[in-house]
Design a protein around this ligand. Structure first.
Ligand code: MN3
Length: 236
């Protein structure tokens, strides 16, 4: 359940804005993710051999689908007005239940994750302004990969590694626990998600077992840099 205060604020709708609901600001251009699970943009086996078809199918139809269903239940139970963007829910997540936090994050993170990947490409890297800015910020693309990989392998337990655009439009690397998302007001890492990597065991265990670093190393070849670059243009 929710705290009493948050429940009241939500119940009186418009006043919620007046008493401190965070509206779209620096993170307002974050990708608009619908509440419904969208079709996977490729076949379950499209990312083989990096991510096997069985892992992909279970991940999409079981894990991710459950986050979507539980998010919808929470939205209904906690009276979120129908026109509220998911990003706004995330930015105000401290006003909602743990169920909302876990499932709004879980749904958003996975919907974004599916779009962030495509069939394997050798020598896969971004180009243009994104590449230049990554090189300026992190010294080199290889060093960026090392730092991002470390964020993923050092995340204890379940969570996500992120490249975000922060409020100053700077690129930043970090990680979040569980299904937290950098748009959340409770997140230590804050910014608009640009690249996110699922490092929960369910994302890789069938093929890689305990070898999370190998999963991350192979994952670089399926990053959809065209999609990421498009998001970057929207954010800066
Ligand atoms: Mn997952």
């Amino acid at each position: 359940m929710n705290t009493g205060k948050a429940g009241i604020a939500l119940g009186i709708g418009i006043s919620a804005t007046a008493c401190g609901t965070v509206k779209s600001t620096s993170t307002g251009k974050a990708m608009n993710i619908p509440y419904d699970q969208q079709p996977l943009p490729y076949a379950y086996g499209a990312l083989e051999p990096v991510i096997d078809a069985t892992t992909m199918e279970i991940h999409y139809t079981k894990h991710a689908a459950a986050y979507t269903k539980n998010l919808k239940d929470a939205v209904q139970a906690e009276g979120v007005p129908g026109n509220t963007r998911l990003e706004e829910v995330l930015m105000n997540i401290s006003k909602y239940s743990a169920k909302m936090r876990n499932n709004a994050g879980g749904h958003y993170n996975h919907e974004y994750f599916w779009k962030s990947m495509r069939a394997r490409k050798e020598f896969n890297k971004p180009s243009g302004k994104l590449l230049t800015d990554i090189e300026t910020t992190f010294n080199s693309f290889d060093n960026f990969k090392t730092l991002f990989t470390d964020a993923g392998r050092n995340r204890f337990g379940s969570g996500w590694a992120w490249l975000v655009v922060d409020a100053d439009k700077k690129l930043k690397i970090g990680s979040t626990a569980n299904q937290d998302n950098p748009l959340m007001n409770v997140s230590e890492l804050k910014g608009s998600p640009l690249l996110g990597l699922d490092v929960w065991e369910h994302a890789y265990y069938l093929k890689y077992q305990n070898r999370r670093p190998e999963y991350i190393e192979n994952w670089w070849s399926v990053v959809n840099w065209d999609f990421i670059q498009q998001q970057y243009q929207n954010l800066v």
